[in-house]
Design a protein around this ligand. Structure first.
Ligand SMILES: CC(C)(COP(=O)(O)OP(=O)(O)OC[C@H]1O[C@@H](n2cnc3c(N)ncnc32)[C@H](O)[C@@H]1OP(=O)(O)O)[C@@H](O)C(=O)NCCC(=O)NCCS
Length: 171
């Protein structure tokens, strides 16, 4: 683990460079995930050749990342699927999970979605995925089981951002 991460959590940011750069960064990041994390991200066992062809075709509206030691260790993709609506997926490399990076990226992703004019977003995840469940729950998601161990979480972006705003203490 890098000293950078131990000292302070690095900040998420929009990845510059447009579609071709995003595709390259996403492919590299997804290749570095363990089979388990890749399955949790895509809800099916996704082989490396599939990652390659999938990332060559992907067309997200925005991609955010957290760079540590020169590599994008965490990424979040926003897919603008309908007017004012998006699907969002995120992942953190295994060695960096459970340290608050996902939470930071998730919050930054909702901010960027709001800037893109997105009002609601869906996340799809495995019912046993406690970390993403915790993130979407905190954001006030309405969750529904899709069967087969899959869950969808619908988030209202404004409400989620308001819920995490620091409460002002009245005198
Ligand atoms: C899901 C994922 C993005 C979360 O990122 P992370 O950096 O590992 O998670 P964080 O450390 O930020 O913790 C996220 C939440 O899980 C909670 N958490 C962390 N470890 C936990 C554990 N072992 N058990 C229960 N909750 C846990 C944290 O308290 C936090 O909740 P909070 O914000 O309500 O406090 C990451 O684990 C991952 O990439 N998993 C594989 C891919 C995936 O599942 N993607 C999501 C589907 S799109």
């Amino acid at each position: 683990m890098s000293t950078t991460l131990a000292q302070a959590l690095p900040k998420p940011g929009l990845i510059e460079g447009g579609l071709s750069r995003w595709r390259e960064v996403l492919a590299d990041h997804y290749m570095r995930l363990s089979d388990r994390s890749r399955r949790l991200r895509f809800l099916s066992p996704v082989s490396k050749p599939i990652i390659e062809s999938m990332t060559q075709k992907t067309r997200p509206a925005a991609v955010l990342g957290i760079e540590i030691d020169g590599k994008m260790r965490a990424v979040l993709e926003i897919f603008h699927t309908e007017e004012n609506h998006a699907e969002i997926g995120l992942s953190v490399e295994d060695a960096y999970q459970g340290r608050g990076l996902g939470r930071r990226l998730f919050d930054a992703g909702l901010n960027v979605a709001a800037e893109l004019g997105i009002e609601t977003a869906d996340f799809f995840f495995d019912s046993e995925n406690v970390r993403i469940r915790s993130l979407v729950k905190r954001a006030g998601a309405k969750m529904h089981s899709l069967g087969g161990g899959e869950v969808t979480a619908a988030i209202n972006i404004d409400s989620a951002m308001a819920a995490r705003a620091p409460k002002v203490k009245l005198q």
